[in-house]
Design a protein around this ligand. Structure first.
Ligand code: FES
Length: 194
């Protein structure tokens, strides 16, 4: 029985490998990562980041592939990936909007921001717009409680001290594919897109 399970799991791994494999660039990054750690499975977190960057999210095939390459179980990879809000287990929109709802942000109007985004995009939390452009997520503390309320777009475009009007401006810009600039100074020079 155990032998049968082992064979079945190998067959599944082989299928997953066929479905998704690292690109040439990712393979190079993977080799570089494992050369820097004493144990191969220690690269799990940085590797998941790289895979997500390549695939857009951590698909079941991508998780199977990572598990197979690190010789660990897919269940363990999924467990780790689902613990961190930075990792995505479902396909998301072009712009993933994450709004913090913890205490400081809550006290300074995070619920109003979430309501505004839901109305403006006609979606609920955790949903994506039908055109695949936006996904809205409510997340835990984004480590900027002193400048609450805050939201981030695609994990790196960070917006602080928000209010409904500024959120509206950001959404309008994104709808026109005018992606907000990375740095706060650049945004201010550009006319202050939040
Ligand atoms: S409570 Fe929102 S960033 Fe900490």
């Amino acid at each position: 029985m155990i032998l049968l399970k082992l064979r079945l799991s190998r067959v599944r791994s082989a299928k997953a490998m066929a479905a998704y494999q690292f690109s040439k660039e990712l393979e190079e990054t993977f080799q570089w990562l494992i050369s820097r750690y004493p144990k191969k499975n220690a690269v799990l977190l940085p590797l998941l980041h790289e895979v997500q960057r390549e695939v857009g999210y951590l698909s079941p095939d991508a998780i199977d592939c990572v598990a197979s390459r690190l010789s660990i179980s897919a269940a363990h990879v999924r467990e780790v990936a689902s613990f961190y809000s930075l990792f995505r287990l479902k396909k998301k929109g072009q712009y993933v909007i994450q709004v913090c709802h913890n205490l400081s942000c809550y006290m300074r109007g995070a619920e109003d921001l979430i309501k505004k985004i839901k109305e403006s995009l006609s979606i609920e939390e955790g949903e994506s717009t039908p055109d695949g452009k936006f996904t809205l997520e409510r997340v835990e503390c984004l480590a900027s409680c002193g400048t609450a309320p805050v939201m981030q777009i695609n994990d790196w475009d960070f917006h602080e001290e928000l209010n409904v009007e500024r959120v509206e401006k950001i959404l309008d810009a994104l709808k026109q594919n005018k992606f907000a600039k990375a740095s706060y100074n650049e945004r201010m020079q550009d006319g202050g897109l939040a």
